[in-house]
Ligand binder design. Structure first.
Ligand code: NDP
Length: 288
């Protein structure tokens, strides 16, 4: 690994390449008479969720994936949402179901995620899919960690035998990320809010994945010289700008490779979602 100014890992470029592949696979499905289709469910008016959903739908359209838009009011009950999920489960023309998180506080998110047919769970959050990942037989891998793995592979980062640190233990990012790194033969440590001596762990990590949700929390001077750094954090500053969890300007002087925010993990998350959706459609088309 070289030390000095890091290579900036281009998530935007890699996501474009993945989306081009997805579009080609969509055409192959269409030749078999199957139009890939993603159902997008948004409950409530959360502005960030509205932006995410719009951008997912726009990218889906660019790849030729049809979307079914279901916008529900914040007053929707768990049982109303469960009824919609059941309808989508039974709809043979729907390949993937995306329920945008977070759901409004009154809704039982776990009940909703469990109700999604695991074969349509393109977010990879269903317990069946998390369990299959754990067993090393993944069906749908959660999109953000999958995107991080693709970024590491594309940047040529060797994982076998390396000390990898994942900061954050959420079910949608940190835990599946750690599992994927483990399956790639890294020696994995997971840090969280109760971890003692985070700077020491970061200093030891040859591969660092930060998924905390606190702007610039990981100081550049903690980063091990030559480390590969994947910054999942997306934090809105008072200035309106987005910042990652890692202090980019200082970390870039020490890392060998680093993802920017924006333009790193974010675009890969959406591309992996659409890749999962076309995987589901390819199964329906008998192509997988
Ligand atoms: P969560 O809030 O669910 O999890 C955050 C994790 O960070 C928790 O495990 C928490 O520990 C840990 N943490 C909090 N404070 C500290 C601390 N001081 N030291 C060490 N660990 C700490 O967030 P998500 O996993 O959903 O998301 C993390 C970040 O990634 C957010 O900024 C989010 O916006 C971003 N994100 C970006 C995506 C993308 O596409 N780029 C997609 C998904 C998320 P504990 O468990 O102990 O509370």
């Amino acid at each position: 690994m070289s030390v000095g100014t890091a290579t900036i890992i281009d998530g935007k470029g890699l996501s474009q390449r993945l989306l081009t592949e997805v579009a080609a696979r969509v055409r192959a499905c269409e030749e078999q008479g199957v139009k890939p289709c993603l159902a997008v469910v948004l409950v409530g008016e959360d502005p960030a969720s509205q932006i995410y959903v719009r951008s997912k739908e726009r990218r889906a359209a660019e790849c030729g994936i049809a979307t079914r838009d279901h916008r529900l009011p914040a007053t929707t009950t768990t049982s109303e949402l469960l009824s919609l999920v059941r309808l989508l489960n039974e709809d043979d023309e729907v390949d993937g179901i995306l329920v945008q998180l977070p759901l409004p506080p009154g809704i039982d998110s776990d009940a909703v995620l469990v109700a999604i047919d695991p074969r349509k769970d393109v977010d990879g959050f269903h317990p069946d899919n998390l369990g299959l990942l754990m067993l090393g037989r993944p069906r749908f891998v959660a999109c953000t960690p999958q995107g991080c793995m693709r970024l590491l592979a594309d940047a040529g980062v060797e994982l076998r035998g390396k000390r990898a640190l994942v900061v954050g233990r959420s079910t949608i990012v940190g835990k599946p990320m750690a599992q994927l790194l483990l399956q790639a033969d890294a020696t994995v440590t997971i840090a969280h809010s109760r971890t003692v001596d985070l700077p020491g762990l970061v200093a030891d990590a040859e591969v660092l994945v930060a998924a905390i949700g606190r702007a610039n929390f990981i100081r550049g001077e903690w980063v091990r010289p030559g480390a590969a750094v994947i910054d999942v954090g997306m934090n809105r500053l008072e200035t309106g700008k987005l910042a990652g969890d890692v202090e980019f300007a200082a970390a870039i002087e020490r890392a060998s490779a680093i993802t920017p925010v924006p333009g790193g993990v974010g675009p890969m998350t959406i591309a992996c979602l659409l890749s999962n959706c076309v995987d589901a459609a390819a199964r329906r088309a008998g192509l997988a």
